[in-house]
Each structure stands twice: as structure tokens, then as C-alpha cells.
Ligand binder design. Structure first.
Ligand code: ATP
Ligand code: MG
Length: 437
């Protein structure tokens, strides 16, 4: 393959200044160049700086091999099994330094899936900078910035694309997607996060190639899904995934179970969960995977529970069994770690008890570790018309009042019989064991 000469873009045009690069990364580039190697910043950080976003981190690439990087920085740690790279500590900062890589073969590169084309057997496939540029996913992700010369180096017209607000793949999109179908998800993520417009060619291909996602290891999809949904643009990501036919590949049971109401633009539960997630990210509040998955899979859970109830299973065991079933099936696509599925189950199980408001249970519910998440979910369900608003409001109030007032509120429930009255139990029902994955 022929490589075009790179376009070197000067300060006047790119407008960056080396001071925008973290001091650690600048020192790393400087030291590598002093030692006679070439080194630049690359990828997300250059793209983000040019878009006037704050980069998450600064990645350095170089023609020095990992062992050579370690000779330059005695405090470098080599990590990664298949493709080794170095972590260089600079004060508080850790700078990732990787060596230029050559073009992937059908299944090369450390990020590639192990699809039907077989396992990746080769280790370090080092290359030149021009090869390194070509194996990257999008043109805007393949820009190099040299902070010493204050130059941007561009092999693939990434700079022009950034200026035009275009997200375009390097090379033939169909080929690049089949090499690594996760690039479709990255396209959706970057489009939402950066406000770039996706190339039409990719838009057309995605519905046709969505099923390629089935070849991606489920654990990698879990990570990608969180990256997509937990960065403040979950709603846009969801709409795009849906539009491109990718959502049904990631969450088949959820996609089948959704009813129109769930997707209603403002009131639908799914949309409310996503809007809430975006809001929390914007406010710097923590977001958890369990809440997102509990929300996306809620309708699938209800459908499965109702099916079991209609076959004669009692409500509570039906819910538990349905949860095991829905999570188990979903995990075949997206590996939901056990620590996450446990919390999902807790959020789901608490819904009924929060709605019931049995006076003797209130205090225990309030003290439950998952109360906050379960309550947040209840509020969203109320907003979606699934739960009486006054029940959600009652829970909001009971958290805000003094202990005395709380006692009064609980007593009032017992008197008005709002909370379910206790019936004498005939016998204890044994909890039904379900196989949650
Ligand atoms: P973010 O800001 O979300 O971290 P990023 O572009 O830095 O975005 P990373 O996943 O950190 O994304 O990857 C760093 C760089 O590595 C990318 O900019 C891209 O050049 C390259 N890259 C990552 N994943 C792939 C992939 N699947 N295919 C091709 N190139 C990739
Ligand atoms: Mg990055």
C-alpha cells in the first residue's frame, strides 16, 4: 500500500499551544526526542484539543520499542500481554507510551476482536508512523501533535474532517467494521460526544452489519456499553443505536419487550432513565452500571415475570426467576459482572416493597444499602405513569423530615391502611432459589 506524505499543519492553522498538553506528557515527548527517538501525542487527546474539549488523558506514540522506552525512563512499567506499552510515571501523572504499530491483518491490533477469522497469534507488530496512522479507526483519531515543533501531522485528512465536523473512517468502512465491529459503537459514541456528523457510508452500513457485534467478546461489549452510556450523552447514544439497528444486537430481549410507552419521547421510562443518567453525569454525581441495566431491561423483566405469573407462579418468585432468566440471557451478549447483576436484582426487588409501604418495613427499607438507587428508579417509574405519584412523593418526604415526623408518617400509613395491612401469615413461604448468573 502506498502511503501519502503527511500534511504538516502549522500553529497558525491549528491554533494549539504546547502548554495545553499536560506537563507529564510534554516531558515524556521531550525526553524521548532527546534520546534520539521520534515521539508525538496522538488520538483522542489531539482531537479533543482541536475541538476545544478537555482531553481525558494524553497518549504518546514513539518509534522507541517498549524496552527502549524503559531505558529512557527507569520508572516505566511495561504492561499488556499481546501489545506491550509503557506507563511512565511523571509526578502524579501516568503517561501511556506506545510504539507505532503496523497495519492490522484481518484480526490484528490489540483492540481487535477474535472473530470467525481466528485468534490473534502475533504479538508486537511494530511499524512506522504512517502505518500507525492508517490502522486507527477514524480520521479525526489519527492526528499527531508534536509539542516541540508545535505541529499537527495528518496522513488521512483528519484535520479537514474535524473542521467540517465529519466523522469518517480510515479506509473502506465495510472492511474496517468487519475487522472490528466495535468501531460501529465507537462511531455512535464519538458522534454523540463530539457532535460530529457520521459519514453516510457508515450510517448505511450499520444496519446491515449490526449482527457482526455477535462476534465480539461479551466482556468487551460491557465496557463499550458503559463508555457509550456513562459519558453524558446516553439519550443521543440510545436513539442512534436504535436507529442504526445496533440496540437490538446489544439488548435483544429488551428491544423485543419495549412497548411504545417505554420509548415515549419525554415520559417513557427508558428515556427518563437515560435523561436522568445524563443529568447526573453533568452534575458530577456517580452513575452505576446496575441502574442503567436495570432500567434498560425492566420491561423485559416484567414481560417475563407476567408470563410466569400467568402460568401460576406467585408474584415474588416469578420476579426472581424472571430476573435470573433476563440477566442470564442478556449476559450471552453483554457480560454483566456479578457485582452488577446483584445490584440490579436488588433494585428490581425493592420496587414492590416501596410501592407496598408496609409500616413495619419502612425503616428497614430506608436503611437498605440500595434504597437510594431503588428510590430513584421508583421516582422515574412514577414519572412514566407506572407508579402513583403520591407514593413516590411520600418516599421523597419521608427522607426529608425529622425522625418524629417520620414516625408520624409511618403511623398514619398504618391508620389509613395505605400501607398494605398485615395479614396473619399461614406459613412462611420459602424463598425460591433462582440461578442468577
Ligand atoms: P476517548 O476520549 O473516549 O478515550 P479515544 O479516541 O482516545 O477517545 P481510545 O479508546 O482511548 O479512544 O483509543 C485511543 C486511540 O486508539 C483512538 O483515538 C484511535 O486512534 C485508536 N483506537 C482505539 N480503538 C480503536 C479501534 N477499535 N480501531 C482502531 N483504532 C482504535
Ligand atoms: Mg483515550
Amino acid at each position: 500500500m502506498d502511503f501519502a506524505e503527511p500534511r504538516v499543519i502549522g500553529h497558525r492553522e491549528h491554533g494549539l499551544s504546547p502548554q495545553q498538553v499536560s506537563s507529564g506528557a510534554r516531558k515524556v515527548v521531550h525526553a524521548l526526542c532527546e534520546a534520539g527517538f521520534s515521539a508525538e501525542l496522538v488520538g483522542g487527546c489531539v482531537r479533543d484539543l482541536l475541538l476545544e474539549h478537555v482531553p481525558k488523558d494524553f497518549d504518546v506514540v514513539t518509534d522507541a520499542r517498549p524496552e527502549e522506552v524503559r531505558q529512557v525512563f527507569r520508572r516505566a512499567r511495561l504492561i499488556g500481554r499481546r501489545f506491550r506499552l509503557a506507563h511512565v510515571r511523571m509526578g502524579r501523572e501516568v503517561v501511556e507510551v506506545s510504539t507505532y504499530r503496523s497495519l492490522p491483518t484481518m484480526a490484528g491490533g490489540d483492540y481487535e476482536v477474535h472473530g470467525e477469522h481466528g485468534r490473534i497469534l502475533r504479538d508486537n507488530v511494530f511499524g512506522n508512523r504512517d502505518q500507525d496512522a492508517m490502522r486507527r479507526d477514524f480520521t479525526v483519531n489519527a492526528l499527531y501533535y508534536d509539542p516541540l515543533k508545535n505541529e499537527v501531522i495528518d496522513y488521512v485528512d483528519g484535520f479537514k474532517d474535524l473542521q467540517a465536523g465529519r466523522l469518517r473512517m480510515i479506509g473502506l468502512a465495510a472492511e474496517r467494521i468487519s475487522e472490528d465491529p466495535v468501531r460501529m459503537l465507537r462511531a455512535v459514541r464519538f458522534q454523540a460526544k463530539l457532535g460530529l456528523v457520521l459519514d453516510q457510508e457508515i450510517e448505511v452500513l450499520m444496519p446491515e452489519m449490526a449482527y457482526f457485534l455477535r462476534h465480539v467478546p461479551p466482556a468487551r461489549l460491557f465496557d463499550e456499553v458503559l463508555k457509550m452510556f456513562h459519558h453524558g450523552h446516553a439519550l443521543k447514544v440510545f436513539d442512534d443505536l436504535y436507529r442504526y439497528g445496533l440496540f437490538a444486537e446489544l439488548f435483544p430481549a429488551a428491544a423485543r419487550a419495549f412497548i411504545e410507552l417505554d420509548l415515549e419521547s419525554r415520559t417513557g421510562l427508558v428515556r427518563r432513565v437515560l435523561i436522568n443518567t445524563d443529568q447526573r453525569v453533568k452534575e458530577g454525581k456517580p452513575v452505576i452500571a446496575a441502574f442503567l441495566f436495570a432500567g434498560l431491561l425492566w420491561r423485559a423483566l416484567l414481560v417475563e415475570r407476567d408470563r410466569r405469573v400467568s402460568h401460576g407462579t406467585a408474584g415474588y418468585p416469578a420476579l426472581q426467576q424472571a430476573a435470573g432468566d433476563v440477566i442470564g440471557r442478556e449476559s450471552q451478549r453483554i457480560a454483566i459482572p456479578r457485582r452488577v447483576s446483584i445490584v440490579m436484582l436488588e433494585i428490581w426487588e425493592m420496587q414492590h416493597r416501596l410501592q407496598e409501604r408496609r409500616p413495619r418495613m419502612i425503616q428497614r427499607l430506608l436503611e437498605n444499602k440500595r434504597f437510594r438507587a431503588a428510590y430513584d428508579f421508583l421516582v422515574l417509574r412514577a414519572g412514566a405513569g407506572e407508579v402513583a405519584q403520591d407514593i413516590a412523593d411520600w418516599w421523597t418526604r419521608v427522607q426529608a423530615v425529622t425522625l418524629d415526623e417520620r414516625r408520624q408518617m409511618i403511623n398514619a400509613l398504618a391508620i389509613t391502611g395505605d400501607g398494605r395491612k398485615r395479614r396473619p401469615r399461614k406459613r412462611r413461604r420459602r424463598p425460591v432459589k433462582t440461578a442468577t448468573p
